[in-house]
Design a protein around this ligand. Structure first.
Ligand code: PGA
Length: 250
């Protein structure tokens, strides 16, 4: 049985007060979401310490959006996995396409981050997905396979069992162009096949989330697909009503 998960990636949005209002709204409305759906929010670093306790009391998971690829030391401006764990953060988004694109994060760097997150008991939400030019060239399968093999396939079976995958076609992120449920299901099924090559039947237990303009209108059909186990939600996670509506699509 796979966990159903809906995670909100706030990106670089919300001042502290705005964020506080947003989690209040999510906590208030959470009772309308089915109890077998795990809700996670990923606010900016500055909010994590104060949000950890209220979210955990309400049964909502808390995630960072990134962590350093070094354990500690002279890396000005960076936040380590150990620091996040020390304030009770439970999850960490790693390899978001914006990090890959704007901050030069390569698969090698991302493997270091995933390993450090796991070392400090953070659950990685590892993001993969092809760019528009890659999809137009029919290379989406090749791209996600490389992203998986250079990072996820390098993990031990024990570590693999802990990770969450998010398939986020870059052309669908923040563009309003959601992948069709058939397009998403096709890649999700392929991801599971690739994971099975290394980890066998354990891949049947891996939650694979879809991300990219997922909203209350598109979530029901996406989440009804056999290999789509939830969503990583950007824009629609910034309004409590929309985020809860997405999570209620299950
Ligand atoms: P979006 O972002 O829902 O705004 O497209 C998704 C993401 O980047 O995680």
């Amino acid at each position: 049985m796979r966990n159903k998960i809906v995670a909100g990636n706030w990106k670089m949005n919300t001042t502290y007060d705005e964020g506080e209002n947003l989690i209040k709204g999510i906590i208030e409305k959470k009772s309308t979401v089915k109890s077998d759906v795990t809700l996670i929010v990923a606010p900016p670093f500055t909010h994590l310490c104060c949000f950890a306790e209220p979210l955990q009391k309400a049964g909502v998971g808390i995630s960072a959006q990134n962590c350093a690829n070094h354990e500690k030391g002279a890396y000005t401006g960076e936040i380590s996995a150990a620091m996040l764990a020390s304030i009770d953060v439970q999850y960490c988004i790693i390899g978001h396409s914006e990090r890959r694109e704007y901050y030069g994060e390569t698969n090698d760097i991302l493997l270091e981050k995933v390993k450090l997150a796991l070392k400090y008991n953070l659950t990685p939400i590892f993001c993969i997905g092809e760019k528009l030019s890659e999809r137009e060239a029919g290379k989406q399968f090749e791209v996600v396979k490389t992203q998986l093999q250079t990072v996820v396939s390098q993990l031990s079976a024990v570590d693999f069992a802990k990770i969450i995958i998010a398939y986020e076609p870059v052309w669908a992120i923040g563009t309003g162009k959601t992948a069709t449920s058939a397009q998403a299901q096709e890649v999700h099924a392929y991801i599971r096949t690739v994971l099975k090559e290394t980890f066998g039947a354990a891949a049947d237990n891996t939650s694979i989330l879809y991300g990219g303009s997922c909203n209350p209108a598109t979530a029901p059909e996406l989440f009804s697909q056999p290999d789509i186990d939830g969503g990583l939600i950007g824009g629609a996670s910034l309004k409590a009503d929309d985020f809860i509506a997405v999570a209620s699509a299950f």
